[in-house]
Design a protein around this ligand. Structure first.
Ligand code: SF4
Length: 334
């Protein structure tokens, strides 16, 4: 079966300063495969500074990897030119956090939707363009007559974010990179926007990489999850296994900080140690905060296979089989 997207050992390093340049590894040795015929929803979760937004920028082709390769339909995206580059731009779409940022206050919704139709020559006539707009708006749960002809300030945050999703959908994407798409939307509207994304995956066969700091939304939308910390994979696998039974000390802390409506669960059970972070880049990136840190953690832990759909980068599991990062996707459920 062909692969839609492959990331092989992708590393992104930012340098600061000219003479004594300081390097910051935003993403380290990240590998992932999405199959063409198995559209899925994968969450990439982590705090700010975890590398998740760098990953989104790399996937969208906004920045280049320092090491490693990103292949789309088997072709290295850094080598795409002309028609192939345009096709990639059309097929890989983004929905960003801020539903207000992409709107020009002086233009109506129609204008926002017409621009991609014109740019990618998606319709031959005004009537055909209107039909496409109606279809995309309906697919995201909006009634075209409620939003077309209106200005951004006349719409709610939830409506604007749905219009952003509709705009991406117009282009018939194969992959949607959704970077914190509900974090600036009222809590009451989050569930319905997540449901809209799930419908896109199911009804339109769009694979979605859902990037978030919020494990509760990850739990509701995705089948699989990758947890990042300081640019490295801490834990990954089936979303149910990772969130209900986290194995990595960092994932445990993240899950522990979720205010679940469960009276038996004690909030903040796991203590957070506020030691200085490991700046050497050699050991486990979580060593500075880890309650279980050991001497061996001064070296970087590989990924260990904990179960058929769960892996963690932690020496607590050094009795389990080691896996190379390129095999990570095989542990993620489709
Ligand atoms: Fe903690 Fe060591 Fe595991 Fe890192 S490798 S999470 S420091 S026990």
């Amino acid at each position: 079966m062909a692969n839609l997207l492959e990331l092989h050992g992708v590393t992104k390093i930012y340098s600061r300063g000219l003479i004594h340049a300081k390097e910051n590894v935003a993403l380290r040795d990240f590998s992932l495969t999405l199959k063409e015929d198995e559209p899925t929803i994968l969450t990439v979760a982590g705090e700010s500074g975890s590398g998740k937004t760098t990953l989104a920028m790399l996937l969208l082709g906004f920045i280049d990897a320092t090491e490693g390769q990103i292949l789309y339909n088997g072709k290295d995206i850094s080598t795409l030119r002309g028609k192939q580059r345009l096709a990639y731009r059309r097929e890989v779409q983004a929905v960003f956090q801020d539903p207000f940022a992409v709107f020009n206050p002086f233009y109506t919704v129609d204008h926002l939707l017409t621009v991609p139709i014109r740019r990618f020559k998606l319709a031959q006539s005004k009537a055909a363009a209107r039909e496409k707009m109606d279809e995309a708006l309906t697919a995201v749960g909006l009634r075209p007559e409620d939003v077309l002809g209106r200005f951004p300030h006349q719409l709610s945050g939830g409506q604007r974010q749905r219009i952003n999703v509709a705009r991406a959908l117009l282009l018939r994407p194969r992959l949607l990179v959704a970077d914190e798409p509900v974090s600036m939307v009222d809590a009451s509207l989050r569930a319905s926007i997540l449901e809209t994304l799930r419908n896109l995956q199911r009804d339109y066969g769009v694979s979605i990489i859902y990037i978030t700091h919020d494990l509760t939304t990850a739990y509701h939308i995705a089948k699989s999850i990758i947890v990042l910390y300081r640019g490295a994979v801490m834990e990954a696998g089936d979303v149910d296994a990772v969130i209900k039974d986290p194995q990595h000390p960092y994932t445990r802390l993240l899950v522990d900080s979720i205010p679940w409506p469960d009276l038996d669960q004690r909030w903040g059970e796991h203590s957070i140690i506020a030691r200085e972070a490991d700046e050497t880049g050699e050991g486990c990136p979580f060593r500075g905060r880890c309650p279980s840190a050991m001497d061996v953690c001064k070296t970087r832990p590989p990924l260990f296979e904990i179960g058929s759909h769960q892996t963690a980068s932690c020496f607590l599991y050094s009795n389990k089989p080691e896996i190379v990062s390129d095999r990570l996707s095989q542990l993620l459920p489709a």
